[in-house]
Design a binder for this molecule. Structure first.
Ligand code: SF4
Ligand code: SF4
Length: 167
């Protein structure tokens, strides 16, 4: 997979519209907002209630759907329930499912596309991961591995323990 430079602008014709999935579960340090919790400034289905004053962590965030032409309209986060982010210094993608829809990635056309991307990534030392809310899943072309999130108060290295091969 080609290394993906950090995008600075959405693609022409792509705008967030009423998507507020970022505001549901992505952490924003400037406003001390934890991951997996609705931002108190979010007007659900409409947008940010402090849009002109939103913090830089929100201003600078552009998801994979908004910046990568590989992903068609079906991937818009408020439709797919998946936010795509670039990881591994541009050599990987992470598919973060809405915690209310942890299995969204297993639906088509998403699952097939994720598996095809995994096949491309593996040839280039890249990594395709899925955050299902409960587990971090590494998607390989022929199989998947689930890793547990660290328990509260436990070291992050616990996350490296394999929960199991799930396919
Ligand atoms: S997740 Fe993507 S489409 Fe949704 S608000 Fe963020 S940048 Fe816009
Ligand atoms: S400040 Fe606005 S853009 Fe940022 S998470 Fe909250 S509602 Fe979303």
């Amino acid at each position: 997979m080609d290394r993906i430079p950090a995008p600075t602008e959405p693609l022409p014709g792509r705008s967030c519209g009423g998507c507020t999935l970022f505001c549901k579960f992505m952490g924003v340090p400037e406003i001390d907002r934890p991951r997996r919790a609705w931002c108190p400034h979010c007007e659900r289905g409409r947008g940010c209630g402090i849009y002109s004053d939103r913090p830089s962590g929100c201003r600078g965030f552009l998801c994979g759907w908004s910046t990568n032409p590989r992903f068609g309209p079906e991937w818009k986060p408020d439709r797919s329930k998946i936010v795509i982010t670039v990881g591994r210094n541009g050599n990987g993608l992470d598919f973060q499912c809405d915690p209310g829809f942890p299995e969204a990635w297993r639906k088509e056309p998403y699952y097939g596309q994720i598996k095809r991307l995994a096949a491309i990534a593996i040839r280039h030392g890249g990594l395709i991961s899925v955050n299902s809310g409960r587990n971090l899943i590494i998607a390989a072309p022929e199989r998947e591995f689930a890793y547990a999130w660290p328990r509260p108060g436990k070291p992050a290295t616990e996350a490296l323990q394999t929960v199991g091969r799930i396919s």
